[in-house]
Design a protein around this ligand. Structure first.
Ligand SMILES: Cc1cc2nc3c(=O)[nH]c(=O)nc-3n(C[C@H](O)[C@H](O)[C@H](O)COP(=O)(O)O)c2cc1C
Ligand code: SF4
Length: 425
């Protein structure tokens, strides 16, 4: 079974019902966990699986869980929160998982919650995901009816309540500490770390925040075991991943493939290659907050370290294609407008720097650029680089800009060579 996450998604079927889900081993991973394993054993299995978070940063899931206080002296209240905000442009992998097989996520949440002995769990869902909300709400209700949620799950000593919360809607709500503030009813500004959420998260209690796709791996790791899971990846990273492509490819979409699948295979075989009349100039490997890669990188495998070794990040694994008829400068302006609008305004470099970047790019495109503008843009990428802002939104926003300046410098300079159309004010 090579596609555990999407095996229940079938052409001609609306979505996997509870009966469909159970017909392929659904809720058996949970049964195994709560009836025959201690919470710490579940943690150990997930640690040994080497599952890495699918929300963008690739942090090892079992290691993250191990920071949560356990045992008799641990706080009585703990939370397990699923990050289903998915506002990264070009990314729609979590939506597919939630709409098409909602019970998979529900089962994963109960397993993750059991592993840290959470008392309540939350799904923090992107507000526009109406169909996901409807299907998840129905799945949660069915899970209560079947004894998978509520008091004494499957007659064990473990009890859990699961709540669905729809976001009021900002990109920053996907940052895990801003998400927790939002869930508490506060303004969605990121929190200072430390303390990390594992120690002091939602309402000051130990909290795990994991991405939807990460959590959807858990039932299968528990049910099918470590050897099977380790056998799925093709590179260093384990398991499968939902990879995607959007832009001028013949078949935009997402596909569940082994971790470590070469980029060329994803773009040429699964996405069908470029549309007629278009050539590939570059691509962002995982949403807009990653660095551009080039056609010369097509044979790099999609795993966290291989992509990092080539100057980018796997991010969400859903690629955005830059074709040869799209201006990279306009592409980047579009992206920076998004980030500028979504800045939460909490820290100065991001609040003021992003609109400044947008203004420079707009001037450049309108023929009002000045000789020092490219150096100034480069300077901005350093000012908003890692460590200079309160959260990772601004450094993420600088990744497509810094790599475009590196790889497509001629396209930027072309605008400086144009005659000035109007005097800058
Ligand atoms: C600005 C910003 C937006 C983010 N948006 C999301 C998101 O929509 N979904 C998500 O899972 N992680 C998002 N993240 C990453 C989360 O902060 C966090 O690392 C992730 O939910 C952890 O889950 P994982 O360990 O399972 O990957 C975002 C991070 C930043 C800085
Ligand atoms: S980097 Fe931007 S989004 Fe993050 S805290 Fe600062 S202002 Fe807010």
């Amino acid at each position: 079974m090579q596609t555990p996450l999407t095996k229940n998604i079938k052409p001609g079927r609306d979505f996997a019902t509870l009966a469909d889900y159970r017909a392929t081993g659904g809720y058996e991973g949970l049964r195994k966990a709560v009836t025959s394993m201690e919470s710490l054993q579940v943690q150990q299995v997930v640690k040994d699986s080497e599952l890495r978070g699918r929300g963008g940063a690739g942090f090892p899931t079992g290691l993250k869980w191990s920071f949560v206080p356990m045992g008799e002296n641990a706080p009585a209240t703990k939370y397990f929160v699923v990050n289903a905000d998915e506002m990264e442009p070009g990314t729609f992998k979590d939506r597919v998982l939630m709409e098409e097989d909602p019970h998979q996520l529900v089962e994963g949440i109960i397993i993750g919650s059991y592993a840290i002995r959470a008392t309540s769990a939350y799904i923090f869902l992107r507000g526009e995901y109406h169909l996901s909300a409807e299907r998840l709400a129905a799945a949660i209700s069915e899970a209560y009816d079947q004894g998978y949620l509520g008091k004494n799950i499957l007659d064990s000593d473990y009890s859990l309540d699961l709540y669905l919360h729809t976001s009021a809607g900002r990109y920053i709500c996907g940052e895990e500490t801003a998400l927790l503030n939002s869930l508490e009813g506060k303004r969605a500004n990121p929190r200072a770390k430390p303390p990390f959420p594992q120690i002091s998260g939602l309402w000051g209690k130990p909290t795990i925040v994991n991405n939807v796709e990460t959590v959807c791996n858990l039932p299968h790791i528990l049910y099918y075991g470590l050897d099977w899971y380790h056998g799925l990846g093709r590179g260093k990273d384990k398991g499968t991943k939902l990879f995607g492509a959007s832009g001028r490819v013949k078949r935009p979409g997402i596909w569940e493939l082994p971790m470590g699948t070469p980029i060329r295979e994803i773009l040429e075989e699964h996405a069908g290659g470029m549309q007629d009349g278009y050539r590939l100039r570059g691509f962002l490997p995982g949403g807009v907050s990653t660095d551009f890669m080039l056609p010369e990188h097509l044979d790099v495998p999609m795993d966290f370290e291989a992509i990092a070794a080539h100057g980018s990040r796997m991010g969400t694994g859903t690629m955005i294609i830059l074709d040869d008829r799209t201006c990279p400068v306009e592409f980047v302006l579009n992206v920076e407008r998004f980030f500028s609008r979504e800045s939460c305004g909490w820290c100065t470099p991001c609040r003021d720097g992003l609109p400044w970047v947008v203004a420079i790019l707009e001037d450049l495109i309108q023929g009002k650029g000045r000789p020092g503008d490219l150096d100034l843009l480069h300077h901005q990428t350093r000012m908003m680089g890692p460590g200079n802002t309160f959260c990772a939104l601004a450094p993420g926003a600088m990744e497509p800009l810094q790599s475009a300046l590196k790889y497509f410098r001629d396209d930027f300079e072309k605008y400086l060579r144009r005659p000035v159309l109007a005097e800058a004010g």
